[in-house]
Structures are given as C-alpha cells and as structure tokens.
Design a protein around this ligand. Structure first.
Ligand code: PNW
Length: 468
C-alpha cells in the first residue's frame, strides 16, 4: 500500500469559513453575510464576521501548515474582496488582490503548494440583488469568468486552480433544502437544476479562459470540485436497490461530471426530470465537454440506498430513493458524528474512488476534502478536544482506503486535503460543529492548537508516500 512520490497532501479551508474581516480593506458583502442575518438560519445565530480571523493571521496559518508538515494548502478566494460588487463592469479592489498575491508568495516561500478555489459559495451580494445570481444563465457565468480572469492574471505562480466547490451544495442546499444562502426553496422543482446548469457554464467559461490565455505560461491545471457520498444497496439481493445506488451517484456526481466528461446529463436524470432539466445548446456543450484537467473529489460519508415504488415527487433531488444509515439486515453504516449527514465508512471511499475512475476513464484525482466532526466535541474542554482519537481513526482508515485504491485499483489519486486545517464557521451549523484538525479558541483571540489528528497526518503520509 503506497502513494506516488509526487503526492500532494495538506489541509483545506474556505474564505467565508475562516477569514472574518468582513469589512476590511474594501471587501463587499456576499450572500452569506446577508443570509447569516436572517434569524433562525444559523444554528447558534453566528456568522463569519470574525471566524478564525485568518485574513489577519496569514503568517500564523502558514506557520501552522509548516509545523504540521503539509506540502500543499487548499484555500478559497473571496470574490467580494476582489470585485466588491461582483460584476464584469465593476471595479477591482486592489487591496483585496494584493492580499492573495502576498499570501501565495508567502506559501510558496514556505515550500507549500497552493491549490486555489475561486468560488466556495460566497457570491457577491450585489449580484443576488441585480439578477438573482446563480439563477441567471446569461449574467452569472460571464461575471464569474471575469472574476476568474482577474485572479489568473494576478496569481501566475498558482499551478492548481479549482473553479467551483461542490456545485451540488450551491444548488441543492440553497435552492431545495433552503439551508444555504440565499435560501430560496420557492421552486424546488426547477431552481436546483437551473442553478446546476449555470454553475457548469460558469466553470466552463473560466476553464476556457484559463486554457486560452494563462495555462501555457503558468503550466498549470484547472478543474471543478464535486462532492459525493458512497452508496451501498439497502438490500444487496434486490436489483432495484442496486440500480438505485447507481442513480444516486448519477444525481449527485454524474449531474456535473457527465456533462464535463461526456457532454450531457445522465439519462436517468433526463428520464425523471424531463424538461425541468435544462438542455445544453450546441455551444454550451462544446464549452463544457472536456473542461476538467483533474477531478476534485470531496468525500465524507456513505449511505444505504433503497429504491422507491411510488413515482418521483416534483421536489425529488436524489433519483426517487431513500437514503438510510441502516440496511435491511439492520447493519449500521457507521458511528454518529456531530453532523447529522455524516457517519464514517472508509470502505465506501475506496469504492467511490473506483466508481469515479471507471466511469470517467481514470482521471487524475485530487481528494480536495475529507474529514469528520465528532459528536459532542464542542461540549468538551480544550484539553479533551485536543485528544481527538475519533478523528485520528477516521483519517487513518480513510487515508489507508485511498492508498489501497491507488495501489490495487488503478485509481490515479495525486493529492489529499484534510478538512479542515482548523475549526471554522460550519455554515448553517455555526461554530458548534468543529471539523478542524486544529482547535480554534474563539474566546481567546482565535488561537490555534493542533489536535492529535493534525500531528498524525505527517506520520501517516510519510509512511504511505513512496520514497525515491
Ligand atoms: C463541505 N451534506 O460541505 C464543504 O465544502 C465545506 O465547506 C464544509 O465545511 C464541509 O464539507 C463540512 O461540512 C458539505 O449535507 C456540506 O451532505 C454538507 C454536505 C456535504 C458537504
């Protein structure tokens, strides 16, 4: 069991979850600033106003990454720091650009390879006001393309670009569940599919621009990050449940990856959604197909999947099936965590790496997020939190499962990022759910303390990565 010698490993974060400093240096508001102000939307009534204050603690964060031995760091850029109003004719905020230029220089000086995400859900709020942001097929992709171009030009030393983080979440959590910004669940039958389409176009426009004007000079690569949970049939002897598993993967991963690798949505989605699922024009198809240099994979958990006998509802987002933690025999998929949707099941990770590899002809994969919260972690003392054996075990099992997939299944995995470098603003869950490998003391100047899991990572990867 081993990983290739040029393997990148490190930690991941996202701008709104860690930066704070929402009014500093000319940053404009994002849809998350607005969303957090709506009573009841965030579990503890909090927001990203201060978060980990990473905007002002870049030196500390880099020192931490170095101390932990990371060779790479995945972070995201706040669009509204770069173009406070967001649009392609709006002005650029040089202070915001300078901040990231310096951050990238400092990371490189510390020997850490930056993996930069352009969009991790924080749309400039003005675009929401102007044209309902992600709902606009005409405006959003072009505004995103312009923002992406500003960053490609500003950061020529970056060689690994991610266009979007988890379009599934931007679409489903915001426009079906209504629990993410902007929280519009008024048309669950169509909005999620429209938003997904527009995000694919935004991704593809940015890739096209990168390839035509920047890629050659910087010798870099660009791709999208998709989330997806592993699946097991509720009844392994029932072909309908086995098929439902496939459908679940198509509705989460295939929704975005099929157009990117094959040029169209999965037929299972077309069959169920009909014309509620947008059609690609010939031009759009040409833009989207082939627009990944690598596959960015966020992965956390697994489920048992049971088909439904009744026809799909209009608000169904998963392929007419039930997602369960128990199977027909009563086996449980894994232990509870602090996140209702997450239970560890490392064997699912190997399976899913294999499924993605077989379906998309063995693309280069970066695992751009993987990690866990711990049930009740926030109720413990700092000393207790630092002994996060549950998370240690999670990473140990998941990283080993990945190494097995790499060694035995022909999976071309080249990088791994633990979510997260530190505890941070866990969206609708606020600060009570901690995903950090480092503890953040929100009551004492956001001081960072490595948990046991943070220190383990180096040992784990050094034992896995081939020397030569
Ligand atoms: C990812 N789900 O989000 C995000 O990329 C991170 O920003 C986030 O902090 C992390 O995972 C932990 O939640 C997800 O409900 C959020 O299935 C929710 C789900 C999946 C991923």
């Amino acid at each position: 069991m081993s990983l290739p010698n040029d393997f990148h490993w490190g930690f991941a974060t996202a701008s709104y979850q860690i930066e704070g400093a929402v009014d500093q240096d000319g940053r404009g508001p994002s849809i998350w600033d607005t969303f957090c102000k709506i009573p009841g939307k965030i579990a503890d009534g909090s927001s990203g106003d201060v978060a980990c204050d990473s905007y002002n603690k870049t030196q500390e964060d880099i020192a931490l990454l170095k101390e932990l031995g990371a060779t790479a760091y995945r972070f995201s850029i706040s669009w509204s720091r770069i173009i406070p109003l967001g649009g392609r004719n709006d002005s650029i905020n040089q202070k915001g650009v300078d901040h990231y230029v310096k951050f990238v220089d400092d990371l490189l000086a510390a020997g850490i390879t930056p993996f930069v995400t352009l969009f991790h859900w924080d749309v400039p709020d003005e675009l929401e006001k102007r044209y309902r942001s992600l709902l606009s097929r005409k405006e959003f992709p072009l505004d995103f393309k312009r923002y992406a171009g500003v960053m490609f030009a500003a950061l020529p030393k970056v060689k690994h670009w991610v266009t979007l983080n988890e379009p599934w979440c931007s679409s489903i959590q915001a426009y079906s569940a209504g629990i993410f910004a902007p929280g519009d669940d008024s048309r669950q039958d169509i909005y999620p599919w429209i938003v997904g389409h527009n995000l694919l176009l935004a991704h593809a426009h940015a890739v096209q621009l990168y390839r035509s004007e920047f890629k050659e000079a910087s010798q870099g690569e660009i791709g999208v990050v998709l989330n997806g949970d592993a699946v097991f049939p509720w009844d392994a002897t029932d072909p309908a449940d086995v098929e439902a598993c496939e459908r679940k993967l198509e509705f989460t991963i295939g929704w975005f990856a099929d157009p990117i690798y094959f040029g169209d949505y999965p037929s299972s989605m077309r069959k169920q959604l009909g014309d509620r699922l947008p059609e690609f024009t010939a031009e759009e198809r040409a833009l989207v197909q082939g627009s990944n240099d690598f596959y960015g994979m966020n992965h956390y958990t697994a489920n048992y999947v049971k088909h439904r006998e009744t026809p799909a509802e209009l608000n169904d987002i998963a392929g007419n099936l039930d997602v369960l933690f128990y199977n027909k025999r009563g086996d449980c998929i894994g232990e509870e965590t602090q996140s209702p949707w997450l239970r560890p099941c490392a064997t699912g990770f190997r399976d899913l790496l294999g499924w993605i590899s077989r379906r998309y002809q063995y693309p280069k994969i970066y695992v751009t997020e993987n990690g866990t919260s711990i049930k009740g972690e926030d109720d413990l003392s700092r000393e207790e939190i630092l002994e996060d054996d549950f998370r240690v075990q999670y990473f140990d099992q998941y990283v080993k499962a990945m190494a097995v997939a790499s060694s035995l299944d022909g999976v071309n995995v080249r990088g791994y990022f633990a979510w997260s470098l530190m505890d941070n603003f866990e969206w609708a869950e606020g600060y009570q759910t901690r995903f950090g490998t480092c503890y953040v003391d929100y009551k004492d100047c956001q001081k960072r303390y490595p948990k046991k899991s943070a220190r383990l990572m180096k040992v784990l990867f050094e034992s896995m990565i081939k020397k030569s």
